[in-house]
Design a protein around this ligand. Structure first.
Ligand code: DHB
Ligand code: FE
Length: 279
């Protein structure tokens, strides 16, 4: 059986991708942001997973207000970087893993999670920025990636509890896949931020740090956080944090926190990043 060996969470700010693509990572504003990801780069080089299940959200790039799947899994062979208005990012095409993606689709749907199956999709900063943070600027991404998109853009997004339980279903799915492969699951987006309205620029470090603590110590309590609390405490886009709960749900109860990074701000957002290994 395949195994989820670890979970990695990170913010996905588009300006971080631009800083990398434009060679600005050593500038004083960006240096402390990128420094916090050195550990992840080493960790991935040592860990060498066979595939990543990458939980992210599309920002009206592949989907739009015409079509809003709550949970959508990418089952294609490959996914091109999306054009978000400035041309596609200069990053490699993402190679998928159709066999495992279809298996996860089947297993989670039979487990009563209504997953949308996607056979053609471009992937935006929600997916490519986390990959850049983990792997830098390679000519090819080092492993297969299964994109799993979550609607956190148009109300109503799924609850944190639903996401947490989906994570558990994903763990069951992976563990019933016949192979000896080692899989990493990534939860992306967050942490606190608000891009719109009178509170634009809102950041809440106390909430973010408690969320990071809760991931290791008490994920069941995090799963109870309501939509209203996310909006009030983490800003309107802080709701992206429900995607971290999918990652956490797919891990064992007992785990080891290997690394944590928190920095404010990058663009309008609190950068958070954590690596959790199953024990
Ligand atoms: C920013 C953050 C996001 O999560 C996003 O999707 C777009 C922009 C920002 O801080 O600029
Ligand atoms: Fe976002």
């Amino acid at each position: 059986m395949a195994k989820i060996i670890a979970g990695v969470a990170t913010s996905h700010i588009p300006a971080v991708g631009a800083a990398l693509d434009l060679g600005k990572t050593e500038e004083p504003y960006w240096q402390p942001v990128f420094k916090g990801y050195e550990k992840a780069k080493e960790w991935f080089k040592e860990t060498k997973p066979d595939a990543i299940i990458l939980i992210y959200n599309d920002h009206a790039s592949a989907f739009s207000l015409e079509m809003i799947p709550t949970f959508a899994i990418g089952c294609a062979d490959q996914f091109a970087p999306a054009d978000e208005g400035w041309g596609p990012r200069p990053v490699p095409v993402v190679h998928g893993y159709p066999e495992l993606a279809w298996h996860i689709a089947q297993s989670t749907i039979l487990d009563e999670f209504d997953m949308t199956i996607i056979n053609k999709m471009d992937v935006d900063h929600g997916l490519t920025v986390p990959l850049s943070l983990m792997f830098g600027q390679p000519t090819e991404w080092p492993c297969k990636v299964i994109p799993l998109a979550v609607n956190v853009v148009q109300y109503p997004p799924p609850t944190g509890n639903r996401c947490y339980n989906l994570g558990k279903a994903i763990q069951r799915a992976v563990e019933s896949f016949e192979s000896n492969e080692r899989i990493v699951i990534m939860g992306t987006g967050g942490m606190s931020h608000q891009l719109q309205g009178p509170r634009a620029g809102f950041i809440n470090s106390a909430f973010d740090k408690a969320f990071l603590d809760g991931l290791t110590q008490d994920p069941d309590a995090l799963a109870k956080i309501s939509h209203l609390t996310y909006v009030q405490e983490a800003g309107s886009e802080g709701i992206e944090l429900v995607m971290w709960l999918i990652m956490r749900g797919a891990l064992n109860q007992d785990l080891k926190e290997v690394h944590r990074h928190y920095h404010v701000p990058a663009s309008n957002t609190a950068v958070g990043h954590i690596i959790l290994e199953n024990v």
